[in-house]
Design a protein around this ligand. Structure first.
Ligand SMILES: Nc1ncnc2c1ncn2[C@@H]1O[C@H](COP(=O)(O)OP(=O)(O)OP(=O)(O)O)[C@@H](O)[C@H]1O
Ligand SMILES: [Mg+2]
Length: 354
């Protein structure tokens, strides 16, 4: 998490937000930046309310007090699937309200926000969110995350973006306009899947050891790699309560590599949707982003897997957790908020759900 000192000027406050399954990223035109886990907790009972001193808890604080709370992951549990339940909308609304009020840094006055949501979010859910957010933003624009990442990369045509998030991997062909459904593939095996696979493999291979999903995720985030291990993955775990040092190098390498075949298959399929004369350029512009792009060795393994298509360049986006939010802020800055509705970007964008 990085935050700047508030620096007020007279221009209207603009926010770029990425609302993700795992993480919400916010950047502002005043230089503010923050990552918050996309989770909202409500105290389970009156004792929990007294202990926490409030009726809603967000992000890291919610995760730290999870036993006292009913936790909602609004993007994981339903909002991005078709419709979502009332609780998902409430939780998404409250999460957005919270991160936006933090991003204000005590500055009063109007603000406008461009908000990126997972590519699979239905048009109905996007419209509902827009309606909610307009209650506390002068203007709001809700757009699919890959569209904003392409904007951030200034990759407006002839490129392929692979966004490896927690809930999904989105592979998106960038063709100079908002992606159509046929220009993207949304794959369900992403960061959360890797955590579950690692947990299952460790519990199966090491007798008596039981790890939790948050532990599996932490190990993955610290050591994830494909190909040659950059270092042995040795971690202290407990078997029947007693600590011991375990080597998880093979398990982690195998689990991380498991997402490569589907990704390369979709890249190859989407490559063929470009005109043949553009395909060479497209292969030179393949970008990995999302938290999962931090898996060490992934870009070169994906490049190797595509070697039969000729010269290939696969690169990782800097600060992948912020790419969607930075693209959102860039769009908010370039397009005056007063024109957002007139441009009708939100309504013109096609349905991109799976
Ligand atoms: N160093 C790392 N190595 C591997 N995976 C990582 C690393 N750091 C973060 N991740 C994973 O990246 C995922 C979060 O990435 P990101 O913030 O892009 O997802 P999201 O936008 O919230 O999800 P989605 O796009 O599916 O809605 C989590 O699964 C997290 O464990
Ligand atoms: Mg994402």
């Amino acid at each position: 998490m990085v935050m700047s000192e508030p620096s007020h000027d007279n221009s209207p406050l603009l926010l770029g937000i990425k609302l993700g399954t795992a993480c919400t990223a916010v950047v502002s035109s005043r230089g503010y930046r923050r990552l918050t886990p996309s989770v909202v907790g409500y105290p389970r009972d009156i004792i929990a309310v007294r202990m926490l001193g409030k009726t809603q808890v967000f992000g890291d604080e919610a995760l730290a007090h999870k036993s006292a709370l009913a936790l909602y992951h609004p993007l994981r549990d339903g909002l991005a699937q078709d419709g979502g339940g009332k609780h998902d909308y409430n939780a998404a609304f409250e999460l957005l309200q919270q991160v936006i009020s933090e991003a204000r840094q005590d500055e009063a006055g109007d603000l406008s926000a461009v908000i990126g949501v997972p590519a699979r979010t239905s048009h109905t859910a996007r419209a509902a969110l827009q309606h909610l957010v307009e209650q506390f933003c002068r203007s709001a624009l809700i757009l699919p995350e890959p569209y904003l990442i392409a904007h951030h990369l200034n990759c407006l045509a002839n490129g392929l973006i692979v966004d490896i998030g927690a809930g999904h991997v989105t592979v998106c062909a960038v063709k100079g306009a908002a992606p159509l459904p046929q220009d993207q593939a949304v794959l369900p095996r992403a960061g959360d899947y890797l955590d579950q696979q690692l947990l299952a493999m460790v519990n199966q291979h090491h007798q008596g050891v039981r790890i939790s999903l948050p532990q599996a995720r932490q190990i993955k985030e610290q050591y994830a790699f494909v190909g040659e291990p950059p270092e042995p993955v040795q971690v202290t775990l407990r078997a029947k309560g007693k600590p011991g040092l375990y080597d998880l190098t093979d398990e982690l390498g195998t689990v991380c590599a498991s997402i490569i075949p589907e990704i390369t298959e979709q890249l190859a399929a989407l490559l063929q949707s470009f005109d043949p004369e553009d395909q060479e350029t497209v292969l030179e512009h393949i970008y990995l982003t999302g938290g999962g792009s931090r898996i060490r060795g992934l870009a070169s393994k994906i490049g190797e897997a595509l070697s039969e298509y000729g010269s290939v360049s696969v690169s990782c986006v800097e600060e992948p957790e912020y790419a969607g939010a930075l693209g959102a802020l860039q769009l908010a800055t370039e397009l005056p908020p007063a024109d957002w509705r007139e441009f009708g970007l939100a309504s013109r964008l096609p349905e991109t759900g799976i």
